[in-house]
Ligand binder design. Sequence first.
Ligand code: GLA
Length: 393
Amino acid sequence: MSGLAIAPGRVNLIGEHTDYNGLPVLPMALDRDIRIEYSVTDRPVVRLDSPRARFDPFAFQLKRSIEAARQGDWSNYVRAAARGLLEHGVPLERGIEGTVAGNVPIASGLSSSSALVVASALALLNANGVEVGGDPGPAPAIARLELAALLARAERFVGLEGGGMDQAACLHGVAGHALRIDFEPLRVTPVAVPQRWRWVVASSLARAEKSRGARAAYNERAQQCREALAVVGGAEGEVVGFRDLVADADADGLLERARRALPRVLFRRFRHVVTEGRRVALAEVAMRDGDTRGFGDLMVRSHESLRDDYEVSTPELDEIVAVALQAGAAGARLTGAGFGGCAVALCEAGQVAPVMEALSARFYEPRLGASPSGDMMFAAQPSGGARVQIADG
Ligand code: GLA
């Protein structure tokens, strides 16, 4: 038997660094994906290669204690998926052999790594006769939400203390829709993207490699949020989560209390998380109402907060945002973890060409001496979620 596992990347529209704090996000699945073309083997072994020179072929045994390869090795994402499934109690008696390809730009904040984790999991589940999502029936099955949650935990195997946004967006993508994702417990609510809205994704040309450089800075932010929460959320004895704090109607009062209780840096991290959580709720309403300006303004405020309070932007990302806005985008912000990677801009249909032309002329051409490639800048479509196509038998 052979098959093709397809898993899209995602672009997050708003709600950055909120997922691991238990607050919602609003991404959409991309029309770009990672694909594993595989055949099923009777031996419990995974053997994969890639047409890209920088990704060496690898093989490992499917057993409970799968070991990590060296840090930064791409096989760790596949190992993470296998390990997560085994730890969840899915018996993986059969393996896969095949090739990984894809067109999600790598290390760009577009979740190519989670797409690889999800595609690997789908291929392994399919090889072992476990259905994903299907109706309860005689065949063993796993719900998509359950799979998303377990793969989010499993991906921490690479050392990044990530939240659950990427895997959930990849597994739950719906064409034409953004996805409001809530955590603890995980829930996904598709929200229709207004017909005339377009999303321009533009790379800052700096890699944001989750398994390498950006990892320590990301984990430091997660740790700072835990510290801030322990002080502010623990003021009345038991520690409450960000969600309970934000549910409190007195937003100004909460920030004032936090300002008094926290050292300066922790206060700024805290303020970003709390205000970003509120922006996601407002952005969902703006999207449902087709309020382009409202959504765009929230994106701009999100970027400012990520730049000033959370300190995960770069001068290049700031410049892309500024150029896009000057050229007529309704809103723009960095997307994903930051520290490089991409920005996303919201445009009405007629503004896409002028925004792309301005980015090309003012950001890319001075740096590249040429126009950007289609992987550096593109218009993204909200797309469907991860799936497996069976080739035969
Ligand atoms: C990375 C993580 C996500 C999320 C974003 C920031 O993509 O994998 O879980 O935390 O950063 O919003």
